[in-house]
Design a protein around this ligand. Structure first.
Ligand SMILES: NC(=O)c1ccc[n+]([C@@H]2O[C@H](COP(=O)([O-])OP(=O)(O)OC[C@H]3O[C@@H](n4cnc5c(N)ncnc54)[C@H](OP(=O)(O)O)[C@@H]3O)[C@@H](O)[C@H]2O)c1
Length: 387
């Protein structure tokens, strides 16, 4: 077995830490090239020292001196800035975990793809906002994109070597989030603490709120379209509260293949980390008799209008998914800061998408421009809403 040289973008986050956990359990198999974080300097330095990383990148330049001080006795180089982040993404590693949250991940992901790396993609915003640009760049450079989102990773496993031409539909499963059974009136009063308390998964705050609004599933719908090339009407969303089946693929002969596992991100991360081989994980094994039954429900597009907005953005194409994603990011941040209510998140997204007109981007720079304008409009609309 050859040693895999890995870099982790967003090493201090939920996905980043799970990736480090797997690497540290099997140190012979991996060499850590670079680790990055936004501002969590203590956790970044600690991980770099534990894994003998060669490069540690902190996005906040004010924290570079502290990172240097923490790494002074090691051979790990401390750095900051866009170029350092691109170096972490496209430098010496052959496998890159893209686990920065939000649009901040776009440029480094593109750098890794253009450099032809194997990119384990957790940063779903990359495909949601720049899916066509990223997949075209991957075809040109020969980069492999391995989905880390549990649903897309499940589909990737169910597809295996089958031809996409033999697929009739994809079924994306959704837990339904913490408010699955709540009425709109009950949701109106929900706090950030209640929204981030996901029934099955432990995740970062932003994606947890997205699960509560079900915007997460909407973003995943757009992500699935770009990863697997199927149109909106052949990607179904199905609520499955136990989160045991992570998604399914139906073939033209009527066969349905599903991937099952406990709700532990280390399973899809391990699939991408060891790909095309397999590796051990400490994830809990499924106790089928203990689970007893698996249930399914159709999603409720009235109580969870984020699903309708996301499907609409996918079908509209062009810049619509960028605007949807940008407005959602700022609205979720405002909700977490207690500036707007839970239902105002999707209201802000819908208003922003309706009021923006932008053409399809031709470059990541244009994606970032559209994103910036949509954020400004969403912030303006939230201020109007509060007035
Ligand atoms: N968590 C999950 O189970 C899960 C599942 C599927 C997909 N995903 C996707 O994976 C991505 C990461 O999610 P997460 O839950 O791991 O997020 P998270 O816990 O919030 O971690 C985000 C990571 O990105 C870094 N970061 C944040 N803003 C940055 C910026 N402006 N520039 C550079 N680095 C920045 C953070 O550094 P600091 O720690 O210094 O802030 C941290 O290392 C997201 O796109 C999410 O949708 C997550």
């Amino acid at each position: 077995m050859t040693t895999r040289r890995v870099s982790i973008l967003g090493a201090t986050g939920s996905v980043g830490k799970s990736t480090l956990d797997l690497i540290e359990r099997d140190p012979e198999r991996f060499e850590v090239v670079a680790l990055t974080a936004a501002s969590n300097v203590a956790a970044l330095a600690d991980a770099a020292l534990r894994t003998n990383a060669k490069l540690a990148v902190i996005s906040d330049p004010a924290l570079l001196p502290e990172l240097e001080r923490r790494l002074i006795k090691s051979s790990c180089r401390a750095a900051t800035g866009k170029e350092a982040l691109s170096e972490a993404a496209a430098g010496d590693a052959d496998w890159v975990m893209a686990a920065i949250v939000g649009c901040a991940g776009l440029e480094p992901v593109m750098a890794a793809i253009e450099a032809g790396r194997t990119v384990a993609l957790a940063n779903k915003e990359s495909l949601v906002t720049a899916g066509a640009l990223m997949t075209e760049a991957a075809s040109r450079s020969g980069a492999t994109i391995l989905p880390v989102d549990s649903e897309h990773n499940a589909i990737c496993q169910c597809l295996a070597d089958n031809s996409l031409g033999d697929v009739s539909r994809l079924v994306l499963t959704a837990s339904g989030g913490p408010f699955r059974t709540k009425s709109r009136d009950e949701m109106a009063a929900m706090t950030p603490e209640q929204a981030v308390a996901h029934p099955n998964w432990t995740m970062g705050a932003k994606i947890s709120v997205d699960s509560a609004t079900m915007m997460n599933k909407g973003l995943e719908l757009i992500e699935a379209h770009h990863l697997f090339g199927l149109p909106s009407d052949r990607i179904e969303i199905l609520v499955h509260p136990q989160s045991v089946i992570h998604s399914m693929v139906e073939y033209i002969d009527g066969s349905v293949l599903a991937q099952l596992g406990s709700p532990d991100m280390r399973i899809p991360i391990a699939h991408a980390l060891a790909w095309p081989e397999r590796m051990d994980t400490p994830a809990q094994r499924l106790d089928f008799a203990g689970i007893g039954s698996l249930t399914f429900e159709s999603p409720d597009y009235e109580r969870f209008p984020a699903l309708r907005s996301a499907r609409g953005a996918l079908e509209a194409g062009g810049a619509a998914p960028i605007i949807l994603n940008a407005a959602n990011e700022v609205a979720v941040a405002a909700f977490l800061a207690r500036k707007i209510g839970f239902l105002d998140i999707v209201r802000t997204v819908e208003d922003t998408v309706t009021r923006t007109n932008a053409v399809a981007p031709r470059s990541i720079a244009e994606v970032i421009d559209i994103d910036r304008e949509a954020r400004a409009l969403a912030n303006h609309l939230m201020r109007e809403m509060a007035a």
